[in-house]
Write a protein of this length. Structure first.
Length: 257
């Protein structure tokens, strides 16, 4: 019965309304006092629930022997009620869709301060990885590969991320801070150019990625911290610094993904 109440709740009925409706279905034509007792609510609550159910067409009244009895209507009406809810939701969705252009126009005219989000832990890292995959355009990044490889869970998640990214074939350039050859233990990415940097020369332990107007920052020690910064000006600045690092790394090996 609890599952039935939960299902009715998902259709928009309150807990008390669901209890009164189920009581009416079970008992047949009944007084409000009888429904209240069966639904385990007080009389006033049962009356209010019955009135609400009546307004939805799920409960009607008849008079018998000068008593007002409440009668549950066929459960088939619940299907119609659900269809009406769906229709209203679709109308709201359509209105929102029509409003989006104006909302985004207002958004672009507003305060252009950078938007910053902080997420912690493996779940936060996964959330930010998914945000990155939804972004469009090419990207550049610096990855402390040895730091990632030292942590099995991080390495596994990084490999899953690379596998998801591989199918998209997004043009990119990556600077990998590692002692190891880049072919060892790394999922190859097509459409990319990679250069490696020796950790003793470049002791970088955080990942930096720029894609579009968004900067993705990941720190792995002592805990996982993911930061997302949305700012065109900052993204341009960080990408310019990457270009300097890329040119400086030209003396080290490069590899196409």
């Amino acid at each position: 019965m609890e599952n039935v109440k939960k299902a009715l709740g998902n259709l928009g009925l309150s807990e008390k309304e669901a209890a009164v409706y189920l009581a009416a279905l079970t008992l047949g034509p009944s007084t409000i006092l009888t429904l209240a007792r069966h639904a385990a609510v007080n009389r006033a609550t049962a009356y209010l629930a019955a009135e609400k159910l009546g307004s939805r067409g799920l409960l009607s009244t008849v008079t018998k022997d000068e008593k007002r009895l409440y009668v549950a209507e066929t459960p088939e009406l619940l299907r119609k009620f659900m269809e009406e809810e769906k229709r209203v939701l679709q109308e709201k969705e359509q209105h929102l869709h029509e409003t989006f252009p104006m909302l985004f126009a207002l958004f672009s005219m507003g305060d252009r301060k950078p938007q910053v989000r902080y997420l912690e832990g493996k779940e936060g890292l996964q959330t930010v990885r998914e945000m990155f995959l939804r972004q469009g355009g090419d990207f550049v990044q610096i990855v402390p590969l040895d730091v990632v490889r030292r942590h099995p869970e991080l390495h596994a998640q990084h490999e899953e991320h690379l596998a998801s990214l591989s199918s998209l074939q997004v043009p990119h350039r990556a600077l990998l801070v590692t002692h190891e050859p880049i072919d060892i233990g790394m999922t190859p990415l097509p459409s990319g150019l990679v250069r490696i940097l020796p950790p003793e020369r470049f002791p970088i332990e955080a990942e930096i990625t720029v894609r579009g107007d968004t900067i993705f920052l990941y720190a792995f020690l002592p805990t996982i911290l993911s930061v997302v910064i949305t700012s065109r000006e900052l993204a341009i600045a960080v990408k310019a610094l990457f270009e300097l690092a890329w040119e400086g790394a030209s003396v080290f090996p490069a590899k196409r993904g």
